[in-house]
Design a protein around this ligand. Structure first.
Ligand code: ZN
Length: 113
C-alpha cells in the first residue's frame, strides 16, 4: 500500500498514511506515477521511540537492516499531535521483519497477562 500524496510505501495492514492522514492505495494502482521509486518500506508506525528502537534492535539481531524516521527531524511543528515514528526496512526484508515484529508484540501481550 502506498500514500498517493507523499509516496511513502507501507506494508499490508496499515491503511492510512501517518504523515498525511489520507487513505493508502494499492501499489499497482500507483505504479508508474512514482517519481522516486523507493527501496524502503514502512513496517511499523508508532509514537514510542524507545519501543521502535527495541524493534530495530531485534531486526538488527536478525541481520535485517532498518532505519527509524521521526517527524521530529523536520522543521515544522505537528500541531496537536505526537510525532509519529516510522520503522523502515528494505523491500526484500519486509516479510521477515513483519514476522519478527508480530512475534515481539505477541510475546509482549503474553507477558502482560
Ligand atoms: Zn503520506
Amino acid at each position: 500500500m502506498i500514500c498517493p500524496k507523499c509516496e511513502c510505501e507501507y506494508v499490508d495492514g496499515i491503511k492510512v498514511c501517518s504523515d498525511c492522514g489520507i487513505d493508502l492505495i494499492p501499489v499497482d494502482e500507483f505504479e508508474g506515477k512514482l517519481i522516486h521509486p523507493k527501496d524502503w518500506v514502512i513496517v511499523y508506525t508508532g509514537n514510542d521511540l524507545i519501543e521502535t528502537e527495541m524493534l530495530k534492535a531485534n531486526l538488527t539481531g536478525a541481520e535485517i537492516e532498518s532505519i527509524i524516521l521521526s517527524q521530529k527531524d523536520r522543521s515544522y511543528i505537528y500541531l496537536g499531535e505526537v510525532s509519529p515514528i516510522k520503522l523502515l526496512v528494505k523491500r526484500k526484508d519486509a516479510d521477515e521483519a513483519l514476522q519478527i515484529i508480530n512475534d515481539i508484540f505477541e510475546s509482549k501481550a503474553d507477558d502482560e497477562e
